[in-house]
Write a protein that binds this ligand. Structure first.
Ligand SMILES: [Zn+2]
Ligand SMILES: [Zn+2]
Length: 384
């Protein structure tokens, strides 16, 4: 049984001493293992994971290691469990926790900063200056500490957002992605209603950036990409206009729709040299560009155009300043339907198949969700 000293448990919610967890071996090698159920420390809770969404970053970590880092190096063969976009039910309370009760459903943020560096103090805990330092209590679950491809995980209470009863487990996993879009647009970018937004790249972050921008009153919201099926989903999530860059000149279309001046914000979610330069030429004078994708190679850009036009460019890491809770507020109020990007559901035991669906975009997969709650879950189009 699970009865660690100082940890509050409930007879109504028994926790096993051992759990199932996927562990990363060599690159592209995952094993389903038994691990001790983790123990929450001060200000932490144990979360029983009910559902976890697969992110493109998980695929990068499992294949190449980075951007995960365990004990200062690549995460291979270190008994590391990846996965970071999960939700679940509070199953045990660490010392000093009375903010949450056992049995409450919660979504999680990835990052709990150290809480003692300058960036954490500013609320920029996703850019914690003690990133990866377990001795400073830094956590980035699925990156520097164990993540969500398991039955249980430990989370700091500051990373939790309550899930309303009306929201499905699968939808609640999507709040992590929506929170990243929220952080880029509002906290880092300062978006206010009535400003124009272009989103480049209709992946999960791009599609939810469209939804969040529209819900916050941006106008117009323009989405560019190459796949018509995904652009159509962008329209359903609130894009006023979509542009297939194979058919139209995206920079010209953006200018036409913004009285010839360009957009106030461009969120670049594709990460190619061509799209980064499109972003530069779509932004208006004094406008802002949020770089939300990791280009794999150095990119040559028209820097002079940025300088002459006072254009701001900023990177984004994760979901700082409590952005996930604000994204949850929009989703709870049904301001947009994030489940439009959820396409497939698998059981935890079928994680390798789920990863293949996400990686190879089998059956046009966008967000693939893995659940621990339905033992008979199998490859299926999302019901909701
Ligand atoms: Zn992610
Ligand atoms: Zn910190």
């Amino acid at each position: 049984m699970y009865e660690p000293a100082g940890v509050k448990t409930s007879a109504n919610f028994p926790v096993p001493g051992q759990m199932k967890a996927w562990v990363l071996g060599d690159p592209d090698q995952l094993f389903l293992r038994d691990k001790p159920t983790p123990v929450p420390g001060r200000a932490e809770v144990l979360v029983r994971i009910d559902a976890v969404a697969i992110c493109a970053t998980d695929l990068e970590i499992i294949h190449g290691g980075s951007p995960a880092s365990i004990l200062g190096g690549l995460p291979f063969n270190k008994n590391f469990t990846p996965g970071h976009e999960y939700m679940g039910t509070v199953a045990a309370l660490g010392p000093g926790v009375d903010e949450y009760a056992i049995g409450e459903r919660v979504s999680v943020e990835i990052h709990a900063g150290c809480g003692q560096c300058k960036r954490c103090r500013q609320g920029m805990y996703t850019s914690c200056l003690n990133y990866g330092r377990a001795d400073k209590n830094h956590r980035a679950n699925g990156f520097t500490t164990d993540g969500g491809f398991a039955e249980y995980a430990v989370n700091h209470i500051n990373t939790l957002a309550r899930v309303p009863d009306s929201m499905s487990d699968a939808e609640a996993t999507l709040v992590v992605t929506a929170g990243t879009s929220m952080y880029g647009l509002t906290e880092l970018g300062g978006l206010v209603a009535g400003e124009s937004v272009v989103v480049i790249g209709p992946g999960p972050i791009g599609l939810l950036a469209v939804a969040v921008a529209k819900a916050l009153g941006a106008n117009p919201v323009i989405l560019t990409g190459t796949r018509n099926a995904r652009l159509a989903i962008g329209k359903e999530l609130g894009a006023d206009r979509t542009v297939n860059i194979a058919d139209e000149n995206a920079v010209e279309v953006v200018k036409q729709l913004t009285d010839g001046i360009g957009a106030d914000y461009v969120i670049e979610c594709a990460g190619t040299a061509a799209t980064v330069n499109q972003a530069i030429h779509m932004a208006n004078r004094g406008g802002k560009i949020c770089l939300a994708a990791f280009p794999h190679d150095p990119v040559t850009t028209d820097l002079a155009h940025l300088v002459k036009n006072n254009i701001y460019v900023y990177g984004i890491r994760g979901e700082g300043r409590g952005a996930t809770r604000r994204a949850m507020a929009l989703m709870a109020a049904k301001r947009f339907d994030a489940t439009r990007i959820h396409t497939h559901t698998f059981a935890l035991a079928d994680l390798p198949t789920a990863l293949r669906y996400a990686r190879d975009r089998v059956e046009d997969a966008i967000k693939v969700v893995v659940t621990t709650r339905q033992a008979n879950a199998h490859a299926s189009a999302a019901a909701e």
